[in-house]
Design a protein around this ligand. Structure first.
Ligand code: HEC
Length: 206
């Protein structure tokens, strides 16, 4: 075999089927970069937005909102009704009628729908001694102090008292306007060392 025939044989072989497997191919490399990019993006996304999968942050049942914080203002009547059911109902009863000869009624009582200052004073500081309500005299028990006053066991905030008073002034057929926390604060601070009121003392208030 001469050199010529060897070269010719190689030429012939090369012109036939090219060795495609030996060639450098770009597609797998492109795919590798594309998917690496996806994985990197996903990792960065989770790092940024997953909140470390904390149960306190992540809530899959969360309803999407506009992004504005929703501050639900509690309706004083709803709050007041709840306070009444918690604290006043045991004595003044669910129907506001009280208990004959023991706990006076709130329904239809002038003390509730009349002077705001007297009403606030009664609930903030308490009340003892005989008091006439709807024509009957009550003196068997005392009305506890609910306000943030020395010796007052309940220590209710002005807002809470305002809410419950607003509630009793329009429940059971009562029709009187709302009481604000500012009004409660004013009565409370005007009589700092006040113990339970008596009826004559209340009547001296406006
Ligand atoms: C432990 C029982 C008791 C609880 C609890 C109680 N009260 Fe009274 N309340 C009385 C008694 C007793 C009187 C009458 C006191 C007296 O005879 O001097 C009274 C009187 C009143 C009066 C004036 C008289 C009238 O009937 O209009 C108002 C107003 C009143 N209470 C509101 C409330 C509110 C509001 C609450 C809840 C925040 C409350 N009370 C919780 C026992 C209670």
């Amino acid at each position: 075999m001469s050199d010529d025939t060897i070269v010719a044989a190689h030429d012939k072989a090369a012109a036939g089927t090219p060795d495609t497997h030996a060639q450098y191919r770009i597609l797998p490399l492109v795919l590798l970069f594309v998917f690496s990019g996806f994985i990197f993006y996903a990792g960065a996304y989770l790092g940024r937005y997953s909140g470390r999968f904390s149960g306190e942050i992540f809530d899959e049942r969360q309803v999407p909102t506009s992004g504005q914080p929703v501050v639900a203002a509690i309706d004083p009547l709803v709050l007041g009704k709840r306070q009444y059911a918690l604290a006043c109902v045991t004595c003044h009863m669910p129907n506001g009628q009280g208990v004959p000869n023991l706990y006076p009624p709130l329904a239809g009582a002038d003390w509730v729908t009349g002077s705001e200052e007297r009403l606030i004073a009664i609930v903030v500081h308490g009340l003892k001694g005989p008091i006439t309500v709807n024509g009957n005299v009550y003196s068997a028990a005392a009305m506890p102090a609910f306000g943030q006053v020395p010796g007052g066991g309940y220590n209710w905030s002005d807002e809470r008292i305002a809410a419950v008073l607003t509630y009793i002034r329009q429940e059971w057929g009562n029709e009187a306007g709302p009481i604000t926390a500012q009004q409660v604060a004013a009565v409370r601070t005007a009589h700092p060392d006040r113990k339970e009121w008596t009826e004559p003392e209340l009547l001296a208030l406006p």
